[in-house]
Write a protein that binds this ligand. Structure first.
Ligand SMILES: Cc1cc2nc3c(=O)[nH]c(=O)nc-3n(C[C@H](O)[C@H](O)[C@H](O)COP(=O)(O)OP(=O)(O)OC[C@H]3O[C@@H](n4cnc5c(N)ncnc54)[C@H](O)[C@@H]3O)c2cc1C
Length: 464
């Protein structure tokens, strides 16, 4: 409804959130000559994007070609649809895979992001198509985005929290109320009104740290389950959009990271060992039975659900050869005591209270599968370079899932416009990144969130 305001500021485009989706959208809108403003409720930029590993997935890239890897948009579409249990919105998924290669190349050519000379395969992807920036951190990408934002003279207002939309009499978004000098702890600030000539792009991220909201959607995810997210990953922007009629999509689909450790807070250092080494070259053992529980290279939902179903942390195990040949440096996880190193399997079994005989039987059986090239128990893909677990020392880590990503969110169309339940566009409102739902369906594959931020951030910034 129209209200009478004294506008404090007027811009063409307002972007809410300074993670990968927001900054990408701001850059594209800025390149198109728009007068853009980014607001960020925290005192620094980056959201969850800056603490991510920066892993990005795309099919048919030059780096894959260099490493002799064959891939296609269709193959990636099928992999994501399978992990998503068919719940992915086909128009968004098709847009995603069609633009993923260009999005990755944009980070190389336009942003100058340096990537490691390797292409990795994580659970659920059938071919290696994941690229890691140097430093193995999202900050490598974020720093370069910030540089572009500065070059384009796009201001970022920190400590500025989005509060509510202001619409005209037809329901089009014409501006919003924000709190300047926002204090996260007291949730207070100074009300300020911003008029937007072209519209608002929501890029406020997911709600993984919003225990109240997430446990309404999935009651298992109360405060007893930790999260890898920063505390600002909350739902207020999403809820404001729902209040003005935006359609919600699959809000109860919340991803748990099966590679997380209960022995460190947040994301920590253990996931590099579990996700990058154990899942491909090792096994996950239920300490109570000494047996494997799942295809370790299944998608995140399969592995997290299997661990949760045991009712207690499980143990990920890999051997020395897997660790050294992987090329990943896991020394921080070892120094922190999250990953432990054992000279013998006896020591390992005794430390975690696993029956040695059952464990040895499970390992021998798995080694047989690795030699044969076929996992007869769980159908884990056994690659040509697969080896058994036989070279001491042995490395192990306790695994207990943490809330990591929210697949659900706002409904958008292929142009990144926010849409209501009747399929009508809410004029002046766009969204990109984790605040959006539908791309991943029931479960997101590794490295696909950052691709999503860049694909739809670019589309939103160009279309607005
Ligand atoms: C530890 C970790 C590691 C990860 N690693 C990977 C990886 O390697 N590859 C991959 O693909 N994905 C990864 N992910 C997921 C991925 O990083 C995120 O999905 C993605 O970065 C989200 O980007 P975004 O721009 O949508 O949101 P964010 O980066 O979270 O940014 C949202 C911003 O909006 C701000 N905001 C929120 N509400 C308001 C408001 N009311 N007013 C103003 N500002 C607001 C927040 O403060 C935040 O800064 C990882 C996630 C985590 C937590």
């Amino acid at each position: 409804m129209r209200e009478k305001y004294r506008w404090d500021k007027q811009v063409d485009v307002l972007v809410v959130g300074s993670g990968f989706a927001g900054l990408t959208a701001a850059i594209e809108a800025g390149e198109a000559g728009k007068n853009v403003l980014v607001i960020e409720k925290m005192k620094t930029a980056g959201g969850n994007s800056i603490i991510s590993d920066g892993g990005i997935a795309a099919p048919g890239t030059l780096l894959q070609e260099k490493h002799g890897l064959e891939d296609s948009q269709q193959l990636m579409y099928e992999d994501m649809l399978k992990a998503g249990l068919g719940l992915n919105h086909p128009n968004l998924l098709r847009t995603f895979v069609t633009n993923a290669g260009d999005a990755f190349q944009w980070t190389v050519d336009y942003l100058n992001v340096p990537y490691m000379d390797r292409v990795d395969l994580f659970g659920g992807h059938r071919v290696p198509r994941c690229y890691t920036p140097e430093g193995i951190t999202g900050n490598t990408i974020l720093k370069r985005m910030i540089r572009k934002v500065e070059d384009l003279e796009i201001p970022i207002l920190y400590n500025t929290c989005f509060r509510r939309f202001i619409q005209d009499e037809k329901g089009s978004v014409m501006g919003c109320m924000v709190d300047r000098e926002y204090d996260h702890k007291s949730n207070t600030g100074v009300s300020t009104y911003i008029k937007t000539n072209k519209g608002i792009i929501l890029a406020s991220g997911g709600y993984g740290a919003d225990v109240k909201f997430r446990s309404i959607q999935d009651p298992r995810l109360d405060e007893s389950i930790q999260t890898t997210n920063k505390p600002f990953a909350t739902s207020e922007v999403l809820k404001s959009a729902l209040e003005i009629g935006a359609a919600s999509v699959q809000l109860s689909h919340i991803q748990l990271g099966a590679w997380a450790s209960p022995d460190e807070p947040g994301f920590g250092h253990g996931p590099m060992f579990a996700d990058y080494i154990v899942f491909k070259h090792g096994i996950i053992i239920n300490p109570t039975t000494g047996q494997r529980i799942v295809n370790e290279l299944g998608d995140r939902k399969q592995s997290a659900d299997a661990i949760l179903a045991t009712g207690h942390p499980c143990v990920g195990i890999a051997d020395h050869r897997a660790v050294t040949e992987s090329g990943w440096d896991i020394s921080k996880a070892i120094d922190k005591g999250v990953v432990r190193v054992f000279d013998t399997m006896e020591d390992l079994a005794s430390f975690y209270g696993i029956d040695l005989e059952s464990l040895s039987e499970s390992i021998n059986r798995y080694n047989g599968f690795a030699n044969k090239g076929k996992d007869e128990d769980f159908g884990k893909p056994i690659f040509q370079d697969a080896k058994g677990i036989e070279n001491p020392p042995y490395y192990a880590m306790r695994l207990w899932p943490k809330v990591h990503f929210t697949m659900g969110g706002l409904r958008i169309n292929k142009k990144a416009q926010v849409v209501d339940f009747d399929g009508n566009v809410i004029k002046g409102l766009y969204a990109a990144g984790e605040v959006v739902g539908g791309v991943h369906g029931a479960s997101r594959l590794a490295s696909c969130a950052i691709t999503e931020c860049i694909v739809f951030g670019r589309i939103a910034g160009q279309n607005i």
